[in-house]
Design a binder for this molecule. Structure first.
Ligand SMILES: [Zn+2]
Length: 459
């Protein structure tokens, strides 16, 4: 008797946490945080619907917080085992988890000082908890079978989503294959390999973040070149709020390509995010995951992630000094939605100048400063100060780490026959129903959209 239960990312985009049971063996795939509304975030504090001490193993698909952010909570809850992950996922977790713990401690401290709806606000996990959790990671190579407890086996396949991302192919003791999709990346993006074609699974779990959407086919390089040319003409500053893992490295790669082709002016580029700097080094060093173009560039001695005029900004004083530097230059800083991080002070100093161009690199959630700016606000309140927005605000539409509907269908097209059931997770209901309809219409497969904590027997 085998079963699969969904304890997160069920009819919502975040909180991935899926439990596989066969006989007495319990294997969890991912354990991420819920992000977004307060109601969702509150679920992070609810007890797990299983006993962490009874888990035999945790398999991790990739290092985004919505896939790893509750791992420290598992350890605190009595989990004794290991976290299996690819080498690069462990590298990125080392960068991201302690930082997330520190931010939560600071948030809890602030909430205690300023009052909160909770009597005693506590971080979900501390920086120290994160370091404890990191000790449990064990690296597993791509494309080789690793024995799991209870007679199962695991093989990681390239998912092309972010560095280290993988589909977890789990061969159960009865020979059935469960393919736990994690997040599905895109084809023809720079640096890392495309998603690997998978041709068989008895049960498939796949994300549906953009299950009802189609990404823009705009070439991000053309837009970047235009923005940098404008900056030279006006002497202005380009502020790029960027996500540290994935998006920042793609941007640096595109800027290098433009420079090599003589298609953009060579102006100073500042990477002002310690986390992005560490992630960029890991991207540059993870040869195993590089696509052909990146391998060629590296073998020719090109530093595709270090464009000309590139400067790393590590300390806070150097970051603040940029506020007084005349343009033209580009500053790339987190966070990607401009709701925290160093990009906030760059925006505070630059939004009031007509020569400033703000270039967002991804989705802007409701309630963030990024969303208000994208919606065309002419005044915004930042750190208690009201600022009138004179800068131009735009977005690079075609950058995303998640496959859209066509790309998901392209990947599903690699299967030689239909899985018995395809479970859609990691998506809002509209996206899930859109993808379900397309899969049924194009492929005629059996699709389930699991509800939170729903369990399925796998025959
Ligand atoms: Zn992800």
């Amino acid at each position: 008797m085998q079963s699969l239960s969904f304890h997160g990312a069920a009819q919502t985009v975040t909180g991935s946490c899926h439990l596989i049971q066969f006989g007495k063996t319990k294997i969890l795939v991912d354990c991420g945080v819920f992000q977004g509304s307060r109601q969702l975030r509150d679920q992070n504090y609810a007890p797990f619907p299983f006993d962490p001490s009874e888990l035999d193993l945790v398999v991790v698909t990739h290092a985004h917080q919505d896939h790893i952010g509750r791992l420290p909570k598992l350890v605190k809850g009595g989990y004794q085992g290991k976290f299996l992950a690819t080498k690069a996922t462990i590298g990125l977790a080392r960068i991201a988890l302690p930082d997330a713990g520190r931010i939560q401690e600071e948030d809890a401290k602030r909430a205690r000082k300023h009052g909160s709806r909770h009597a005693d606000p506590q971080p979900l996990f501390s920086e120290e908890d994160a370091y404890e959790a990191l000790k449990r990671f064990e690296p597993i190579s791509y494309n080789s079978w690793t024995p799991l407890p209870g007679g199962a086996q695991l093989r990681y396949r390239f998912a092309g989503h972010i560095l280290g991302s993988a589909f977890a192919e789990i061969a159960c003791p009865d020979g059935q294959i469960l393919l736990m999709g994690g997040d599905l990346g895109r084809y023809n993006t720079p640096i890392i390999r495309d998603p690997e074609t998978v041709d068989h699974a008895d049960y498939l779990v796949i994300e549906s973040t953009y299950g009802n959407r189609f990404h823009s086919h705009e070439d991000p390089r053309a837009r970047l070149a235009e923005v940098m040319t404008n900056a030279v003409e006006t002497g202005g500053v380009v502020v790029v709020p960027s996500f540290s893992i994935g998006r920042t490295q793609e941007l640096l790669y595109y800027i290098s390509e433009l420079q090599d082709a003589g298609q953009c002016p060579k102006i100073p580029i500042f990477l002002d995010s310690p986390m992005a700097v560490s992630a960029t080094q890991l991207y540059a060093n993870s040869k195993e995951e590089h696509d052909e173009d990146m391998l060629i560039a590296v073998s020719e001695g090109d530093h595709q992630l270090e464009p000309e005029g590139f400067t790393i900004v590590r300390d806070r004083d150097a970051s603040k000094a940029l506020n007084f530097r005349p343009g033209p230059f580009v500053v790339i800083a987190g966070s990607g939605m401009a709701n925290a991080g160093r990009v906030v002070h760059h925006l505070m100093h630059r939004l009031g100048q007509a020569s400033t161009q703000v270039l967002f690199t991804g989705y802007q959630a409701e309630g963030t400063l990024g969303r208000r700016l994208m919606d065309g606000a002419d005044r915004v309140k930042m750190l208690g100060t009201e600022i009138s927005v004179k800068a131009t605000v735009d977005k690079l539409n075609s950058l995303s780490a998640h496959a859209d509907q066509d790309e998901i269908l392209k990947w599903l097209g690699g299967f030689r026959r239909a899985p018995k059931t395809t479970f859609l997770v990691h998506g809002e209901p509209d996206a899930q129903h859109g993808l379900e309809a397309r899969i049924k219409a194009d492929l005629g497969w059996n699709v389930e959209i699991p509800a939170m904590n729903q369990s399925f027997e796998l025959s």
